[in-house]
Ligand binder design. Structure first.
Ligand SMILES: [Mg+2]
Length: 160
């Protein structure tokens, strides 16, 4: 999963700022982030069916700064990216995601999925679910329900 636009909320100057009761201001190396605590809690509930992996430009900083907020005890796996881009198109993550996921089922949560990401997902032979979040809302209860239903179907299909 991604962080910015999933757990950390933001908006463009033209949009309504994502202020809501559960947000917590987090300073990471001098950069402010508005963390949605409900979203963090939701993510933390998925560990019974998913191996949670950070796929974010935050890389190790996600474990260092967000793990307590997500309510998980140990560090999560982190995908390392050789390059990073900040133009709100997530296809720069594809190479590293491909290398990490191989032929395993994958659910990818990100606010910046683009056509290249969708084409990549459609071409995967392993089951693949894309959850595209809104930057000012992030991970919702409906997203979590979709993730659980997808995992349940997969478990039923494979008997695992
Ligand atoms: Mg993002």
């Amino acid at each position: 999963m991604d962080v910015d636009g999933v757990l950390s909320l933001f908006s463009t100057p033209q949009e309504k700022p994502p202020i809501r009761p559960d947000t917590h201001f987090l300073n990471v190396e001098g950069v402010g982030h508005l963390i949605a605590m409900d979203n963090c809690r939701r993510l933390g509930t998925l560990t019974d069916v998913f191996d949670l992996v950070w796929a974010t430009g935050w890389e190790e900083k996600a474990n260092e700064n967000l793990l307590d907020l997500v309510g998980l005890p140990g560090p999560l796996e982190v995908i390392a990216f050789k390059t990073r881009r900040y133009d709100h198109q997530a296809h720069w993550k594809l190479g590293a995601l491909e290398a990490h996921s191989g032929s395993r089922p994958l659910a990818w949560i990100d606010d910046a999925l683009d056509d290249e990401c969708r084409a990549w997902a459609a071409a995967r032979t392993a089951p693949t679910l894309l959850i595209e979040t809104e930057t000012a809302v992030g991970l919702t209860e409906a997203d979590v329900a979709r993730l659980r239903a997808w995992a349940d179907d997969l478990t039923a299909a494979t008997g695992a």
